[in-house]
Design a protein around this ligand. Structure first.
Ligand SMILES: [Zn+2]
Length: 200
C-alpha cells in the first residue's frame, strides 16, 4: 500500500468499504480501473452519481423507481387485484425473478422489531391499508420472511386488514424458519407463492 500515490490509496480505501470486498479485491479493482480506458471508469463514476441523485421510491409500492412510479406499478399488464407484501427490495427482486407472480408489490422496508424499536410507523404499513382502501385489491399475499420479526409483522398486517374486504394469504413455506426470501432458490420461492394459504 505504501508504494501507491495518495489518490490511489484513497480509492482502494473507499472500495474496501463496499460489502464483500476485502483489501486484496479492492486493490485489484483499483488497478483494473487505473488501467481501464478513461470512458469506462468515468461511466462507472457517472452511473453511481446518477443512481444516488435520481433514484426514488415508487409512490405506490415503495420499490426503487426513476420518477413517481416503479416499472412494475406502471406496467398495465400487471394484476392490480393482488398485492404481495415484502420486507425489502431484495425480496421483491427474488420473487420477481421467478416470474410466477403477476400482481403488484408493497415493500415495507423492514419488519416489526420491538427490540430495535421498529414499530408500525417505521415501516410502510399505514400506506398498505390506504392502498387496500383506494385500489381494487382482492388479495393481499404476505411474503414477509419466516423469521420472528417476519411472523410478528405478518400477524400485525392480518390484524390491520381483518375488517377489510380482502382475502389475506400467507406464502407457503418451503423456506426454512429463520430463512430469508432473497437467499432462497427460484423453485422454492415459486412453490411458496403457489402454495400460499389463507392466513388466519
Ligand atoms: Zn411501484
Amino acid at each position: 500500500m505504501k508504494a501507491y500515490p495518495t489518490i490511489v490509496k484513497d480509492l482502494i480505501e473507499k472500495i474496501k468499504r463496499l460489502p464483500g470486498l476485502g483489501g486484496k479485491s479492492a486493490e485489484r479493482l483499483t488497478l483494473y480501473l487505473i488501467n481501464a480506458p478513461a470512458y469506462e471508469a468515468e461511466s462507472l463514476a457517472e452511473a453511481i452519481i446518477k443512481v444516488k441523485r435520481e433514484l426514488t421510491l415508487c409512490q405506490r409500492c415503495f420499490h426503487l423507481a426513476e420518477g413517481d412510479l416503479c416499472t412494475i406499478c406502471s406496467d398495465p399488464s400487471r394484476n392490480k387485484e393482488e398485492i404481495c407484501v415484502v420486507e425489502t427490495v431484495s425480496d421483491l427482486i427474488a420473487i420477481e425473478q421467478t416470474g410466477i407472480f403477476k400482481g403488484l408489490y408493497h415493500v415495507l422496508h423492514g419488519a416489526l422489531n420491538p427490540i430495535e424499536n421498529v414499530g408500525p410507523d417505521e415501516i410502510h404499513l399505514r400506506e398498505l391499508v390506504e392502498r387496500v382502501h383506494r385500489e381494487p385489491v382482492r388479495e393481499v399475499i404476505i411474503a414477509t420472511n419466516p423469521s420472528a420479526q417476519g411472523e410478528v409483522t405478518a400477524h400485525y398486517i392480518l390484524k390491520l386488514l381483518q375488517n377489510e374486504k380482502v382475502k389475506v394469504t400467507r406464502i407457503g413455506f418451503g423456506i426454512p424458519m429463520g430463512g430469508d426470501i432473497k437467499y432462497v432458490d427460484k423453485m422454492t420461492i415459486s412453490q411458496a407463492i403457489l402454495g400460499r394459504r389463507p392466513f388466519e
